[in-house]
Write a protein that binds this ligand. Structure first.
Ligand SMILES: Cc1cc2nc3c(=O)[nH]c(=O)nc-3n(C[C@H](O)[C@H](O)[C@H](O)COP(=O)(O)O)c2cc1C
Length: 380
Protein backbone atom coordinates (compact mmCIF):
# COMPACT_ATOMS: atom_id res chain seq x y z
CA UNK A 1 0.00 0.00 0.00
CA UNK A 2 1.59 3.34 -0.94
CA UNK A 3 2.03 6.00 1.74
CA UNK A 4 1.11 9.64 1.29
CA UNK A 5 4.42 11.10 0.13
CA UNK A 6 5.62 13.63 -2.41
CA UNK A 7 4.74 11.21 -5.23
CA UNK A 8 1.61 9.68 -3.75
CA UNK A 9 -1.32 11.80 -2.64
CA UNK A 10 -4.62 10.60 -1.22
CA UNK A 11 -7.72 11.98 -2.83
CA UNK A 12 -10.05 13.74 -0.36
CA UNK A 13 -12.28 10.72 0.25
CA UNK A 14 -9.21 8.47 0.56
CA UNK A 15 -10.45 5.99 -2.00
CA UNK A 16 -7.46 6.50 -4.27
CA UNK A 17 -3.86 7.46 -4.19
CA UNK A 18 -2.70 9.55 -7.10
CA UNK A 19 0.77 8.84 -8.34
CA UNK A 20 2.91 10.63 -10.86
CA UNK A 21 4.76 8.23 -13.07
CA UNK A 22 8.32 9.24 -13.96
CA UNK A 23 7.09 9.67 -17.56
CA UNK A 24 4.61 12.30 -16.33
CA UNK A 25 1.57 10.05 -16.60
CA UNK A 26 -0.90 10.50 -13.76
CA UNK A 27 -2.83 7.55 -12.55
CA UNK A 28 -4.77 6.50 -9.51
CA UNK A 29 -3.91 3.65 -7.21
CA UNK A 30 -6.97 2.22 -5.54
CA UNK A 31 -6.84 2.22 -1.78
CA UNK A 32 -7.51 -1.53 -1.97
CA UNK A 33 -4.31 -3.47 -1.67
CA UNK A 34 -4.60 -5.88 -4.59
CA UNK A 35 -1.31 -7.56 -3.78
CA UNK A 36 -2.52 -8.38 -0.29
CA UNK A 37 -5.88 -9.53 -1.65
CA UNK A 38 -4.07 -11.79 -4.11
CA UNK A 39 -1.81 -13.26 -1.43
CA UNK A 40 -4.89 -13.98 0.68
CA UNK A 41 -6.50 -15.81 -2.24
CA UNK A 42 -3.38 -17.89 -2.76
CA UNK A 43 -3.14 -18.79 0.91
CA UNK A 44 -6.87 -19.41 1.33
CA UNK A 45 -9.34 -22.14 0.48
CA UNK A 46 -8.92 -23.95 -2.85
CA UNK A 47 -11.31 -23.11 -5.64
CA UNK A 48 -10.19 -19.66 -6.75
CA UNK A 49 -11.37 -18.62 -10.20
CA UNK A 50 -9.30 -16.67 -12.70
CA UNK A 51 -10.33 -15.17 -16.02
CA UNK A 52 -7.75 -16.29 -18.59
CA UNK A 53 -5.85 -13.76 -20.68
CA UNK A 54 -7.08 -13.72 -24.29
CA UNK A 55 -5.51 -11.27 -26.73
CA UNK A 56 -8.00 -8.82 -28.17
CA UNK A 57 -10.88 -10.45 -26.32
CA UNK A 58 -10.46 -10.05 -22.56
CA UNK A 59 -9.75 -6.34 -22.60
CA UNK A 60 -10.85 -3.60 -20.22
CA UNK A 61 -14.37 -3.43 -21.68
CA UNK A 62 -14.89 -7.18 -21.50
CA UNK A 63 -13.61 -7.29 -17.92
CA UNK A 64 -16.12 -4.64 -16.92
CA UNK A 65 -18.92 -6.65 -18.47
CA UNK A 66 -17.70 -9.96 -16.99
CA UNK A 67 -17.60 -8.41 -13.51
CA UNK A 68 -21.29 -7.48 -13.87
CA UNK A 69 -22.17 -11.14 -14.43
CA UNK A 70 -20.45 -12.30 -11.27
CA UNK A 71 -16.88 -12.22 -12.45
CA UNK A 72 -13.69 -13.99 -11.50
CA UNK A 73 -11.62 -13.71 -8.31
CA UNK A 74 -8.57 -12.58 -10.28
CA UNK A 75 -7.99 -11.29 -13.81
CA UNK A 76 -4.96 -11.78 -16.06
CA UNK A 77 -4.20 -9.08 -18.64
CA UNK A 78 -3.58 -9.75 -22.31
CA UNK A 79 0.17 -10.07 -22.70
CA UNK A 80 2.50 -7.09 -22.88
CA UNK A 81 4.95 -7.74 -25.72
CA UNK A 82 8.57 -7.36 -24.61
CA UNK A 83 11.32 -6.57 -27.14
CA UNK A 84 14.15 -4.05 -27.41
CA UNK A 85 12.73 -0.58 -26.70
CA UNK A 86 9.24 -1.96 -26.08
CA UNK A 87 6.88 0.33 -24.16
CA UNK A 88 3.93 -0.82 -22.09
CA UNK A 89 0.88 -1.02 -24.34
CA UNK A 90 -1.50 1.77 -23.29
CA UNK A 91 -4.67 -0.17 -24.03
CA UNK A 92 -3.62 -3.08 -21.85
CA UNK A 93 -2.34 -0.69 -19.19
CA UNK A 94 -5.83 0.73 -18.94
CA UNK A 95 -7.04 -2.60 -17.50
CA UNK A 96 -4.59 -2.04 -14.66
CA UNK A 97 -4.81 1.66 -13.91
CA UNK A 98 -8.55 1.83 -14.39
CA UNK A 99 -9.33 -1.69 -13.13
CA UNK A 100 -13.10 -2.07 -13.59
CA UNK A 101 -13.37 -5.37 -11.65
CA UNK A 102 -12.49 -4.47 -8.08
CA UNK A 103 -10.41 -7.66 -8.03
CA UNK A 104 -6.64 -8.25 -8.25
CA UNK A 105 -5.08 -8.00 -11.69
CA UNK A 106 -2.06 -10.00 -12.83
CA UNK A 107 -0.03 -8.37 -15.61
CA UNK A 108 1.28 -10.83 -18.17
CA UNK A 109 4.45 -10.38 -20.25
CA UNK A 110 5.71 -12.29 -23.27
CA UNK A 111 9.31 -12.11 -24.47
CA UNK A 112 12.58 -14.02 -24.45
CA UNK A 113 15.44 -11.76 -23.45
CA UNK A 114 16.28 -11.67 -19.75
CA UNK A 115 17.24 -7.98 -19.50
CA UNK A 116 14.19 -6.79 -21.43
CA UNK A 117 11.85 -8.92 -19.34
CA UNK A 118 13.39 -7.62 -16.10
CA UNK A 119 13.08 -4.02 -17.32
CA UNK A 120 9.41 -4.55 -18.19
CA UNK A 121 8.63 -6.37 -14.94
CA UNK A 122 10.07 -3.44 -12.98
CA UNK A 123 7.96 -0.99 -14.98
CA UNK A 124 4.83 -3.05 -14.36
CA UNK A 125 5.63 -3.26 -10.68
CA UNK A 126 5.08 0.49 -10.39
CA UNK A 127 1.43 0.07 -11.31
CA UNK A 128 -1.27 -1.41 -9.09
CA UNK A 129 -0.75 -4.98 -10.29
CA UNK A 130 -1.17 -7.90 -7.89
CA UNK A 131 1.55 -9.88 -9.65
CA UNK A 132 3.64 -10.12 -12.80
CA UNK A 133 3.17 -13.24 -14.94
CA UNK A 134 5.39 -14.76 -17.62
CA UNK A 135 3.75 -16.38 -20.67
CA UNK A 136 5.28 -19.77 -21.51
CA UNK A 137 2.44 -21.03 -23.65
CA UNK A 138 1.57 -18.92 -26.67
CA UNK A 139 1.47 -21.32 -29.66
CA UNK A 140 1.41 -18.70 -32.44
CA UNK A 141 4.30 -19.47 -34.84
CA UNK A 142 5.18 -15.78 -35.08
CA UNK A 143 5.77 -15.84 -31.31
CA UNK A 144 7.36 -19.24 -30.75
CA UNK A 145 9.79 -18.85 -33.66
CA UNK A 146 11.27 -15.93 -31.73
CA UNK A 147 11.68 -18.27 -28.80
CA UNK A 148 9.02 -16.47 -26.77
CA UNK A 149 5.78 -17.80 -25.26
CA UNK A 150 5.50 -21.55 -25.91
CA UNK A 151 8.80 -21.41 -27.83
CA UNK A 152 10.69 -21.04 -24.55
CA UNK A 153 9.60 -24.52 -23.50
CA UNK A 154 12.19 -25.91 -25.96
CA UNK A 155 14.93 -24.25 -23.92
CA UNK A 156 14.60 -25.06 -20.18
CA UNK A 157 18.03 -23.53 -19.46
CA UNK A 158 16.82 -20.18 -20.74
CA UNK A 159 13.59 -20.51 -18.77
CA UNK A 160 15.74 -21.15 -15.70
CA UNK A 161 17.79 -18.01 -16.32
CA UNK A 162 14.72 -15.85 -16.98
CA UNK A 163 12.84 -17.07 -13.92
CA UNK A 164 15.90 -16.57 -11.71
CA UNK A 165 16.37 -12.99 -12.90
CA UNK A 166 12.69 -12.09 -12.63
CA UNK A 167 12.35 -13.61 -9.17
CA UNK A 168 15.32 -11.61 -7.99
CA UNK A 169 14.03 -8.40 -9.56
CA UNK A 170 10.50 -8.63 -8.18
CA UNK A 171 9.52 -8.09 -4.57
CA UNK A 172 5.85 -8.58 -5.48
CA UNK A 173 4.16 -11.87 -6.43
CA UNK A 174 5.60 -13.48 -9.55
CA UNK A 175 3.68 -16.12 -11.50
CA UNK A 176 4.07 -18.29 -14.60
CA UNK A 177 1.51 -19.58 -17.11
CA UNK A 178 2.77 -22.59 -19.01
CA UNK A 179 1.80 -25.45 -21.29
CA UNK A 180 3.08 -28.97 -20.64
CA UNK A 181 5.71 -29.00 -23.38
CA UNK A 182 6.42 -28.00 -26.95
CA UNK A 183 6.32 -31.12 -29.20
CA UNK A 184 5.40 -33.48 -26.39
CA UNK A 185 5.14 -33.56 -22.63
CA UNK A 186 8.33 -35.63 -22.31
CA UNK A 187 10.28 -32.74 -20.81
CA UNK A 188 7.55 -31.64 -18.39
CA UNK A 189 9.22 -33.09 -15.30
CA UNK A 190 12.39 -31.19 -16.08
CA UNK A 191 10.36 -27.98 -16.51
CA UNK A 192 8.68 -28.60 -13.19
CA UNK A 193 12.09 -28.89 -11.55
CA UNK A 194 13.02 -25.52 -13.09
CA UNK A 195 9.79 -23.94 -11.81
CA UNK A 196 10.43 -25.44 -8.39
CA UNK A 197 13.78 -23.67 -8.11
CA UNK A 198 12.39 -20.13 -8.26
CA UNK A 199 9.81 -19.66 -5.50
CA UNK A 200 6.97 -18.85 -7.85
CA UNK A 201 3.84 -17.53 -6.16
CA UNK A 202 1.50 -19.29 -8.60
CA UNK A 203 1.78 -21.61 -11.57
CA UNK A 204 -1.00 -21.90 -14.16
CA UNK A 205 -0.88 -25.01 -16.31
CA UNK A 206 -2.77 -25.21 -19.60
CA UNK A 207 -2.80 -28.99 -20.01
CA UNK A 208 -1.78 -29.16 -23.66
CA UNK A 209 1.48 -29.01 -25.56
CA UNK A 210 2.19 -26.08 -27.87
CA UNK A 211 1.64 -28.36 -30.88
CA UNK A 212 -1.78 -29.27 -29.57
CA UNK A 213 -2.86 -25.63 -29.81
CA UNK A 214 -6.44 -25.44 -28.45
CA UNK A 215 -8.27 -28.45 -29.78
CA UNK A 216 -6.89 -31.66 -28.36
CA UNK A 217 -8.06 -33.27 -25.16
CA UNK A 218 -6.65 -31.57 -22.08
CA UNK A 219 -4.11 -33.68 -20.17
CA UNK A 220 -5.38 -33.09 -16.65
CA UNK A 221 -3.08 -35.86 -15.36
CA UNK A 222 -0.11 -33.61 -16.19
CA UNK A 223 -1.70 -30.74 -14.28
CA UNK A 224 -1.99 -33.09 -11.32
CA UNK A 225 1.68 -33.94 -11.73
CA UNK A 226 2.48 -30.22 -11.49
CA UNK A 227 0.35 -29.88 -8.35
CA UNK A 228 2.31 -32.71 -6.76
CA UNK A 229 5.71 -31.42 -7.87
CA UNK A 230 5.73 -27.70 -7.04
CA UNK A 231 5.25 -25.98 -3.71
CA UNK A 232 3.25 -23.01 -4.98
CA UNK A 233 -0.50 -23.09 -5.72
CA UNK A 234 -1.45 -24.27 -9.22
CA UNK A 235 -4.34 -23.15 -11.42
CA UNK A 236 -5.69 -25.77 -13.82
CA UNK A 237 -6.54 -24.45 -17.28
CA UNK A 238 -8.20 -25.89 -20.36
CA UNK A 239 -11.77 -26.73 -21.40
CA UNK A 240 -13.54 -25.92 -18.16
CA UNK A 241 -16.97 -25.15 -19.64
CA UNK A 242 -19.55 -25.86 -16.92
CA UNK A 243 -19.93 -25.82 -13.15
CA UNK A 244 -19.91 -29.60 -13.16
CA UNK A 245 -16.73 -29.76 -15.22
CA UNK A 246 -15.15 -27.22 -12.88
CA UNK A 247 -15.70 -29.57 -9.93
CA UNK A 248 -14.41 -32.52 -11.92
CA UNK A 249 -11.22 -30.73 -12.96
CA UNK A 250 -10.53 -29.53 -9.43
CA UNK A 251 -11.00 -33.08 -8.16
CA UNK A 252 -8.84 -34.72 -10.84
CA UNK A 253 -6.00 -32.23 -10.63
CA UNK A 254 -6.05 -31.25 -6.94
CA UNK A 255 -5.36 -27.69 -8.13
CA UNK A 256 -5.83 -24.60 -5.97
CA UNK A 257 -8.12 -23.10 -8.57
CA UNK A 258 -9.18 -22.82 -12.17
CA UNK A 259 -8.38 -20.46 -14.98
CA UNK A 260 -11.17 -20.16 -17.53
CA UNK A 261 -11.01 -18.52 -20.94
CA UNK A 262 -13.27 -19.40 -23.85
CA UNK A 263 -16.13 -20.74 -21.76
CA UNK A 264 -16.36 -17.46 -19.86
CA UNK A 265 -16.85 -15.61 -23.15
CA UNK A 266 -19.54 -18.10 -24.18
CA UNK A 267 -21.13 -18.08 -20.75
CA UNK A 268 -20.33 -15.06 -18.57
CA UNK A 269 -22.58 -16.55 -15.85
CA UNK A 270 -20.12 -19.42 -15.45
CA UNK A 271 -18.15 -18.08 -12.47
CA UNK A 272 -21.41 -17.43 -10.62
CA UNK A 273 -22.72 -20.90 -11.56
CA UNK A 274 -19.55 -22.52 -10.20
CA UNK A 275 -19.99 -20.66 -6.90
CA UNK A 276 -23.67 -21.67 -6.69
CA UNK A 277 -22.85 -25.33 -7.24
CA UNK A 278 -20.11 -25.17 -4.65
CA UNK A 279 -22.63 -23.85 -2.11
CA UNK A 280 -24.98 -26.72 -2.99
CA UNK A 281 -27.49 -24.33 -4.57
CA UNK A 282 -29.23 -24.98 -7.91
CA UNK A 283 -27.19 -23.77 -10.87
CA UNK A 284 -29.30 -21.16 -12.64
CA UNK A 285 -29.24 -21.38 -16.42
CA UNK A 286 -29.69 -18.23 -18.50
CA UNK A 287 -32.64 -18.23 -20.87
CA UNK A 288 -32.49 -17.31 -24.53
CA UNK A 289 -33.47 -13.71 -23.90
CA UNK A 290 -30.76 -13.39 -21.19
CA UNK A 291 -28.21 -14.51 -23.75
CA UNK A 292 -29.63 -12.03 -26.26
CA UNK A 293 -29.27 -9.28 -23.65
CA UNK A 294 -25.65 -10.36 -23.16
CA UNK A 295 -24.95 -10.02 -26.89
CA UNK A 296 -26.51 -6.55 -26.83
CA UNK A 297 -24.37 -5.66 -23.84
CA UNK A 298 -21.27 -6.90 -25.69
CA UNK A 299 -22.17 -4.51 -28.47
CA UNK A 300 -22.80 -1.56 -26.18
CA UNK A 301 -19.84 -2.13 -23.90
CA UNK A 302 -17.09 -3.41 -26.16
CA UNK A 303 -17.66 -1.85 -29.59
CA UNK A 304 -15.90 1.38 -30.33
CA UNK A 305 -18.62 3.71 -31.59
CA UNK A 306 -16.01 5.73 -33.46
CA UNK A 307 -15.27 2.84 -35.81
CA UNK A 308 -17.25 1.90 -38.93
CA UNK A 309 -20.29 -0.32 -38.57
CA UNK A 310 -18.51 -3.11 -40.45
CA UNK A 311 -15.62 -3.12 -37.97
CA UNK A 312 -18.05 -3.21 -35.08
CA UNK A 313 -19.77 -6.26 -36.59
CA UNK A 314 -16.36 -7.89 -37.09
CA UNK A 315 -15.53 -7.16 -33.47
CA UNK A 316 -18.75 -8.82 -32.28
CA UNK A 317 -18.08 -11.87 -34.44
CA UNK A 318 -14.90 -12.44 -32.44
CA UNK A 319 -17.06 -13.12 -29.36
CA UNK A 320 -19.59 -15.09 -31.39
CA UNK A 321 -16.86 -17.64 -32.28
CA UNK A 322 -17.19 -18.82 -28.70
CA UNK A 323 -20.85 -18.14 -27.96
CA UNK A 324 -21.90 -19.71 -31.26
CA UNK A 325 -20.68 -23.14 -30.19
CA UNK A 326 -23.30 -23.23 -27.44
CA UNK A 327 -26.34 -21.96 -29.35
CA UNK A 328 -27.56 -24.81 -31.59
CA UNK A 329 -26.24 -28.31 -32.28
CA UNK A 330 -26.23 -27.84 -36.07
CA UNK A 331 -24.06 -24.74 -36.02
CA UNK A 332 -26.69 -22.72 -37.90
CA UNK A 333 -26.24 -19.64 -35.71
CA UNK A 334 -22.49 -19.56 -36.23
CA UNK A 335 -22.88 -20.15 -39.96
CA UNK A 336 -25.31 -17.26 -40.37
CA UNK A 337 -23.64 -14.84 -38.01
CA UNK A 338 -20.35 -15.17 -39.91
CA UNK A 339 -22.11 -13.86 -43.01
CA UNK A 340 -23.68 -10.83 -41.33
CA UNK A 341 -22.43 -7.52 -42.74
CA UNK A 342 -24.50 -4.93 -40.92
CA UNK A 343 -25.57 -4.48 -37.33
CA UNK A 344 -29.18 -4.95 -38.41
CA UNK A 345 -28.35 -8.33 -40.05
CA UNK A 346 -26.33 -9.35 -37.04
CA UNK A 347 -29.07 -8.66 -34.50
CA UNK A 348 -31.81 -10.11 -36.70
CA UNK A 349 -29.90 -13.42 -36.62
CA UNK A 350 -29.37 -13.16 -32.87
CA UNK A 351 -33.07 -12.52 -32.35
CA UNK A 352 -34.04 -15.47 -34.50
CA UNK A 353 -31.93 -17.86 -32.43
CA UNK A 354 -32.07 -16.28 -28.99
CA UNK A 355 -35.35 -14.47 -28.47
CA UNK A 356 -36.94 -17.29 -26.45
CA UNK A 357 -37.52 -18.42 -22.90
CA UNK A 358 -35.75 -21.78 -22.97
CA UNK A 359 -32.86 -22.36 -20.55
CA UNK A 360 -29.48 -22.48 -22.29
CA UNK A 361 -26.68 -24.60 -20.80
CA UNK A 362 -24.17 -22.84 -23.12
CA UNK A 363 -21.92 -25.89 -23.20
CA UNK A 364 -20.15 -26.36 -26.50
CA UNK A 365 -21.84 -28.61 -29.03
CA UNK A 366 -19.49 -30.79 -31.03
CA UNK A 367 -19.90 -29.04 -34.36
CA UNK A 368 -17.91 -30.21 -37.30
CA UNK A 369 -15.61 -27.27 -37.55
CA UNK A 370 -13.47 -26.25 -40.44
CA UNK A 371 -9.87 -25.32 -39.81
CA UNK A 372 -10.51 -21.64 -40.17
CA UNK A 373 -13.19 -21.90 -37.53
CA UNK A 374 -10.54 -21.75 -34.96
CA UNK A 375 -13.28 -21.39 -32.48
CA UNK A 376 -10.81 -22.71 -30.11
CA UNK A 377 -8.97 -19.50 -30.74
CA UNK A 378 -6.21 -20.51 -33.12
CA UNK A 379 -5.93 -16.93 -34.30
CA UNK A 380 -4.00 -16.35 -31.10
C1 LIG B 1 -8.04 -15.80 -28.78
C2 LIG B 1 -7.15 -16.27 -27.68
C3 LIG B 1 -6.20 -15.42 -27.15
C4 LIG B 1 -5.35 -15.85 -26.12
N1 LIG B 1 -4.43 -14.98 -25.60
C5 LIG B 1 -3.63 -15.39 -24.58
C6 LIG B 1 -2.70 -14.50 -23.94
O1 LIG B 1 -2.60 -13.30 -24.26
N2 LIG B 1 -1.92 -15.00 -22.96
C7 LIG B 1 -2.01 -16.31 -22.54
O2 LIG B 1 -1.30 -16.72 -21.62
N3 LIG B 1 -2.89 -17.15 -23.10
C8 LIG B 1 -3.70 -16.72 -24.09
N4 LIG B 1 -4.62 -17.58 -24.61
C9 LIG B 1 -4.80 -18.93 -24.00
C10 LIG B 1 -5.87 -18.89 -22.88
O3 LIG B 1 -5.47 -18.04 -21.84
C11 LIG B 1 -6.14 -20.29 -22.31
O4 LIG B 1 -4.93 -20.79 -21.83
C12 LIG B 1 -6.69 -21.25 -23.35
O5 LIG B 1 -7.73 -20.65 -24.10
C13 LIG B 1 -7.22 -22.54 -22.71
O6 LIG B 1 -8.21 -22.25 -21.74
P1 LIG B 1 -9.80 -22.35 -22.07
O7 LIG B 1 -10.06 -23.74 -22.60
O8 LIG B 1 -10.46 -22.09 -20.75
O9 LIG B 1 -10.09 -21.33 -23.09
C14 LIG B 1 -5.47 -17.17 -25.63
C15 LIG B 1 -6.44 -18.02 -26.16
C16 LIG B 1 -7.28 -17.60 -27.15
C17 LIG B 1 -8.33 -18.53 -27.68
Amino acid sequence: MPKCTRDHRCDPDRRHFVRVHPGGLWFTIPAVDYREQFRTLLAGEPGILALAPMQEVTDWAFWRLAARYGGADVYFTEYFRVYPQSRLDKNILRSIVDNPTGRPVVAQMIGHEVGELVRTAKELRQYPVAAVDLNLGCPAPVVYRKCAGGGLLRDPARVDAILGALREALDIPFTVKTRIGFESADGFDELLRVFGRHSLDLLTVHGRTVREMYRSEVHYDFIRRAVEAVRCPVLANGNVYSAEKADEVLAITGAHGLMIGRAAIRNPWLFHQIRLRRRGEPVLLPRGHDVLAYVRALCEETCDSNTRERSQVQHLKRFMNYLGLGVDPEGGFLHEIRRAQTRADFFAICERFLDHDEPMPLEPFKLSLQDRDVVGGVMH
